[in-house]
Design a protein around this ligand. Structure first.
Ligand SMILES: NC(=O)c1ccc[n+]([C@@H]2O[C@H](COP(=O)([O-])OP(=O)(O)OC[C@H]3O[C@@H](n4cnc5c(N)ncnc54)[C@H](OP(=O)(O)O)[C@@H]3O)[C@@H](O)[C@H]2O)c1
Length: 418
């Protein structure tokens, strides 16, 4: 029996017989078009596998009917891909009347995302899920908004997550252990929070049929050299392939992967600010480069990803790189720089997209989309941009956009960090 939620999703959709009648196209032709358009368009299916068509599907099929009189079906497919890409540029998820749960909602990202939702959208409620009651109390005092709900819970606790995600429309999974040395020193704890926590979020989302679920990942997950990166790589894989378990449920899982966030808790900016007072800035390696983005860019990227995701994608922003020595100059121009040598688990340069991933990556004006190369049945339209050139990879030392000392100064001032 289809669940109530699934029935509700199918309300107003019509059968293939009715679609064929309305379009004046035989059902066999509709089935043939569906085959040719695989990966670009597909109708919704009932639990029993019956096709169901929405008004948007009918509009797409009417376009296929019209275009197929002037060009081949493979050319029609290309046309639809181009149009889809245009529509997707700049799309932002509509959070109106939605219930959103943010795991790790009291962290740097959670604060920024909550502020964004409360000031730029009209959510029904936002559930903040994390462990420490003091951080929750302080956040409650700061925002003082009745739409916020504070839920104490650990992502390691599956049952708590199942209760917390009832009647939720969107989950943003931000909770993580993210300090490289701490993860190395407490390896099983990192596995429990970052990998098993991700699995628990997936289980809870599937059980409660939460439609849209996004996890936050990091450049350290690409060709990882430390346990933090390795656990985040596993979390990404688990999220991408969780779409297999989704079956005919409405739930879709995707990832958003980005580099260092300017000024987030535990980042190098607060460290340099503290060292500035003592007059010596420690640099691990003068060649070191990093990708860099602001919290508001990270927030917007998640809202974009939620709007255009189809399940299984990894969304990567197109962001500038900077040299760590330039950041030190921007924060503490008069200070000495002391080279202390690279730390275990650290890379000289970071990677946001590996060469392997480049083979199934598309480029948009503001982001890259690494498409899933799993074997599950795609549902709906996968967004398509410009394919990246052969052999492409996205490394912090090979970037075409860089932040100079002056740019960094301006950015740090704008973010209120210096
Ligand atoms: N900051 C960056 O530069 C950066 C870059 C790339 C990706 N990311 C990713 O973005 C996400 C958010 O990062 P952030 O900078 O906002 O981190 P953050 O400021 O350290 O916040 C982490 C949040 O997770 C919660 N948390 C930790 N362990 C938990 C657990 N076991 N169960 C429930 N909640 C838990 C923390 O609250 P409690 O301690 O109270 O539970 C806190 O609310 C992370 O997944 C991180 O890997 C961050």
């Amino acid at each position: 029996m289809p669940s109530k939620k699934n029935d509700a999703k199918l309300d107003g959709l019509i059968s293939i017989k009715e679609a064929s009648k309305r379009l004046g196209v035989p059902s066999t032709t509709l089935r043939h078009w569906e085959k040719v358009l695989e990966g670009v368009w597909a109708p919704t299916r009932t639990k029993g596998g019956q096709r169901r068509y929405s008004q948007k599907d009918l509009a797409i099929l009417a376009k296929v009917k019209h275009l197929s009189q002037q060009m081949s079906l493979s050319e029609v497919k290309q046309e639809l891909l181009k149009e889809g890409a245009k529509e997707d540029q700049g799309a932002i998820y509509d959070f109106t009347d939605k219930v959103i749960l943010i795991t790790g909602g009291t962290g740097s990202f959670g604060h920024a995302f909550t502020k964004y939702l409360l000031t730029e959208h009209h959510p029904r409620s936002i559930r903040i899920y994390s462990r420490d009651e003091l951080k929750q109390y302080q956040m409650q005092q700061k925002f003082n908004d009745p739409r916020l709900r504070f839920l104490i819970g650990d992502v390691r606790d599956r049952n708590r997550l199942i209760k917390a995600t009832r009647k939720v429309d969107v989950i943003i999974h931000a909770a993580a252990m993210k300090q490289v040395p701490i993860c190395e020193y407490n390896p099983f704890e990192a596995v429990k929070t970052n990998i098993l926590g991700a699995k628990n979020v997936i289980d809870a989302a599937l059980i409660n049929e939460v439609p849209d679920v996004v996890t936050l990942s990091t450049d350290k997950a690409v060709n990882p050299v430390n346990l933090y990166g390795a656990t985040k790589l596993c979390a990404e894989k688990v999220f991408v392939h969780a779409n297999v378990y989704s079956g005919d449920r409405p739930t879709r899982f995707s990832c958003v992967r980005y580099g260092n966030v300017l000024g987030s808790r535990g980042s190098v900016v607060p460290l340099f600010l503290k060292q500035r007072e003592e007059g010596i800035i420690t640099i691990t390696d003068p060649r070191m480069t990093r990708f860099w983005l602001t919290l508001s860019q990270a927030v917007r990227l998640v809202a974009r990803a939620l709007a255009i995701m189809n399940g299984g994608e990894i969304f990567v922003p197109r962001i500038p790189s900077m040299k760590i020595v330039d950041l030190a100059k921007a924060i503490a121009p008069g200070c000495k720089q002391k080279i202390i040598g690279i730390r275990p688990g650290e890379k000289i340069h970071e990677l946001l997209i590996s060469e392997y991933e480049g083979s199934h990556t598309d480029m948009f004006e503001d982001l890259f989309v690494i498409h899933p190369n799993g074997k599950w049945q795609p549902r709906g339209v996968f967004i398509k941009g410009e394919p990246v050139p052969e052999g492409f990879y996205y490394a912090s030392d090979k970037n075409d956009t860089w932040l100079s000392v002056q740019d960094l100064k301006k950015l740090l001032k704008k973010e209120g960090l210096i």
